[in-house]
Design a protein around this ligand. Structure first.
Ligand SMILES: C[S@@+](CC[C@H](N)C(=O)[O-])C[C@H]1O[C@@H](n2cnc3c(N)ncnc32)[C@H](O)[C@@H]1O
Length: 280
């Protein structure tokens, strides 16, 4: 009963967000898939050299736009001495979290509710379709402010697009990109993240890594996860682009199946980036 009520409350409280980030059980499944896809793509949850500090009991970690808190909960199991904080615009985290994980509902664009120099590690991922281009520098500046000297910031985002596309995939990806641009969101923001990080004079050096992500079982386990990730992102966006694609809700499943067939046939893939830098 209690759980039902909290789910309902959560739905009511999140409906205001233009429908775009409506947080329901399907969305929670989606972020879990996203998390496993990310970890498998890189064979690990992060690239910054923070393992030693995370083994100490003074270590503090912040995840900005943490969603369901999947990253934080797994980190809390891997490095149980550290203290974890997640911030999200919406009440996205489960009510029950590990004792060393705290969730705070907050719009990062209004500033992070932490003092300067608080965290050893600040982590940001999968905000590519959420943040308008002109807000990224502000977010990075705020993350740098709350980072301790010698602390690390890490950002991980796909270059939202697809190489080797079939005709349906071309239409779908094009429509999502067009919708993003109409909201001042740059689906290729990864091309600018290195520049934004460099413009914070306190961060150095700026490291970057790239992985080509296969989409489809032709790419083995990583390809299967890549396909699940992209299919889920598309599924979430279909209701916003069905007018551009000239389809109805009853066509969604068919469109997704054509997409899945095309990525196998054309060996579709996309690029996935990590940027990480130290504050001095
Ligand atoms: C695609 S989800 C990614 C969630 C999480 N980073 C992950 O990897 O699973 C994007 C998240 O960013 C949050 N978000 C979007 N704009 C935000 C803002 N201005 N401040 C805080 N969180 C925001 C959304 O509510 C959503 O939970």
């Amino acid at each position: 009963m209690g759980n039902k009520q909290s789910t309902q409350t959560r739905r009511q409280r999140t409906n205001y967000y233009g429908g775009m980030f409506l947080f329901d059980e399907n969305e929670i499944d989606r972020v879990q898939i996203q998390h496993h896809f990310a970890r498998e793509s890189w064979n690990g949850n992060f690239s910054s050299p923070v393992k030693d500090v995370l083994r100490t009991d003074e270590a503090t970690v912040l995840d900005v736009g943490c969603g369901a808190g999947t990253f934080l909960c797994e980190m809390a199991a891997d490095f149980p001495k550290a203290h974890y904080f997640g911030v999200d615009l919406l009440p996205t985290c489960p009510n029950t979290l590990p004792h060393n994980v705290k969730f705070i509902q907050r719009d990062v664009l209004k500033g992070l509710p932490f003092a300067d120099n608080t965290f050893d590690f600040v982590y940001v991922r999968f905000l590519v379709l959420d943040l308008p281009e002109f807000e990224w520098e502000k977010v990075i500046k705020e993350c740098s402010r709350v980072l301790k000297p010698n602390g690390w910031i890490e950002m991980m985002e796909p270059r939202f697009g697809l190489t080797n596309k079939g005709p349906m995939s071309e239409k779908i990806v094009g429509a999502i990109q067009a919708r993003a641009r109409s909201r001042n969101v740059d689906p290729h923001i990864v091309d600018k993240l290195g520049g934004f990080l460099s413009s914070m004079k306190c961060l150095k050096p700026i490291n970057s890594e790239m992985r080509v992500v296969p989409c489809g079982s032709w790419g083995g386990k990583k390809g299967q996860l890549g396909a699940m990730f992209l299919r889920d992102v598309i599924k979430k966006h279909l209701r916003f682009i069905d007018n551009i694609l000239n389809i109805r809700q009853s066509d969604y499943e068919n469109v997704l199946n054509i997409f899945s067939q095309e990525i196998e046939f054309y060996h579709s893939h996309f690029e996935f980036y990590r940027y990480f830098a130290q504050k001095y």
